[in-house]
Design a binder for this molecule. Structure first.
Ligand SMILES: [Zn+2]
Length: 251
């Protein structure tokens, strides 16, 4: 099993981390990349070291304090050396970059990580889309930011990473109704008296609405909840679990 998964649609440095190959124990076993979920910091430090080696970036991965909103930031250059995965300072749920100084990333354990590359603008974006961000179409906000930097949406290349899928993402009737109204009945599934939402499909619909070509979207189609050997899952692990990091940078 691999520490990093990749998308065929992206030809810039990027990756979706798994839980494989780290030093953490117990519910954080083993490649937990978050300092704020109760894991031992020495283990996380070692994980970041191994992850950095596998990612081979040679520059920091900037993340944000994720709050299930729709704010997109372009993190500023930082002068000080701050390691591979500095502690985030700004609240946001999507990040863009249009130079090679840094990678941008998001941390997830069920929420949908979405990576974008705008080859025409020389820009990249990392998006954290939980059910709230998906419902609020955070991908549209990220694409708007990329357009501001000169990107044409039809040229965007987009990868949808490991997340909880319609097989496992059971919701109440109120959430299901919001998704049916906000997207279409296709994103809501009913099985054995239970209701499930397909977050990846909702995001795909929002991407296409924003002008992304369907052929430029790759969905890795991996379920964090089903694949317990490969991924942390907040829902499956009842909140006590690690985090994956998904990152992208310009070549
Ligand atoms: Zn599943």
């Amino acid at each position: 099993m691999k520490m990093l998964l990749n998308s065929r649609i992206l030809d810039v440095p990027h990756g979706f981390s798994t839980r494989v190959g780290g030093a953490s124990q117990g519910p954080y076993s083993s490649l937990n990349l978050s300092w704020s979920v109760g894991d031992e910091s020495a283990a996380v430090e070692e994980n970041v070291r191994r992850f950095a080696k596998a990612a081979g970036l040679g520059r920091p991965i900037i993340t944000a304090r994720q709050v299930h909103g729709i704010r997109v930031i372009a993190p500023p250059r930082r002068l000080e050396s701050e390691g591979t995965l500095p502690v985030p300072t700004e609240e946001a749920d999507a990040l863009v970059a249009n130079d090679q100084d840094r990678a941008v990333g998001v941390k997830t354990a069920d929420c949908v990580p979405i990576l974008m590359h705008a080859p025409d603008a020389g820009a990249v974006a990392a998006v954290h889309a939980g059910w709230r961000g998906t419902r609020s179409r955070i991908v549209k906000e990220a694409i708007q930011k990329l357009r501001d930097l000169g990107a044409e949406p039809s040229k965007l290349r987009v990868a949808i990473g490991p997340a909880i899928r319609a097989c496992c993402f059971q919701v109440g009737n109120d959430v299901a109704e919001e998704f049916r109204k906000g997207f279409s009945a296709a994103v809501v599934e009913h099985r054995q008296g239970q209701t499930f939402v397909n977050l990846a499909l909702a995001n795909r619909m929002a991407l296409i609405e924003s002008g992304v070509a369907e052929s430029n979207i790759e969905d890795l189609a991996r379920c964090t909840s089903c694949e317990d050997q490969l991924f942390f899952s907040h829902r499956r692990d009842r909140g006590v679990t690690g985090r994956q990091v998904s990152f992208i940078a310009l070549a």
